[in-house]
Design a protein around this ligand. Structure first.
Ligand SMILES: C[S@@+](CC[C@H](N)C(=O)[O-])C[C@H]1O[C@@H](n2cnc3c(N)ncnc32)[C@H](O)[C@@H]1O
Length: 152
């Protein structure tokens, strides 16, 4: 292995549904975290995260969702953002330590490679400690992976 080669240290946490997605918050989010939420819809999960961290920004591709989130949670920051546009996320100007991703259309098994490529982009650009994603496909895939360790 080339010592200069970039190797990702970000932990990926795959959840199957919104119940599991939100269950991770008290476990993975702490008071020093700056959190990016991708696919915030009306801001419900973003509000729960806000109670556990230093700062959170909720984002969604839908301007209508962002407007509704702002109306419901005027004390929180929401922005319109396509989660696949990592450059736009970078331009928010924050060093995110945790990223939460729940975007419609990436839950099916055929979307597994899209999910992995999205996680890889965020892990490379922000180097967060963890990315928590709602993806049954990734959870199933991860449950069938073993990182082999020799006994020696
Ligand atoms: C199931 S909802 C998320 C609900 C949220 N996790 C919660 O608990 O409140 C999925 C959201 O993903 C958004 N979305 C879909 N494609 C997106 C994309 N490319 N970038 C950002 N958001 C996207 C949709 O507009 C929708 O609001």
């Amino acid at each position: 292995m080339n010592e200069k080669q970039f190797r990702m240290n970000t932990m990926m946490v795959a959840t199957r549904n919104v119940k599991e997605y939100r269950e991770t918050i008290p476990v993975w989010v702490n008071k020093d975290d700056v959190v990016l939420v991708i696919g915030c819809e009306w801001g419900t999960t973003t509000q729960i995260i806000a109670a556990h961290c230093r700062e959170v920004i909720g984002t969604d591709i839908s301007p209508e969702c962002v407007q509704r989130a702002r109306e419901r949670h005027p004390d929180l920051r929401f922005e319109v953002l396509d989660g696949f546009d990592v450059r736009a996320a970078y331009n928010l100007g924050k060093q995110f330590t945790k990223v939460y991703i729940d975007i419609s259309g990436i839950s099916g098994y055929r979307s597994l490679l899209d999910v992995i490529s999205l996680l890889n982009m965020y892990a490379t650009v922000f180097r967060p400690e963890a990315i928590i994603v709602k993806s049954g496909a990734l959870k199933h895939f991860a449950a069938h992976c073993i990182a082999w360790r020799s006994d020696s």
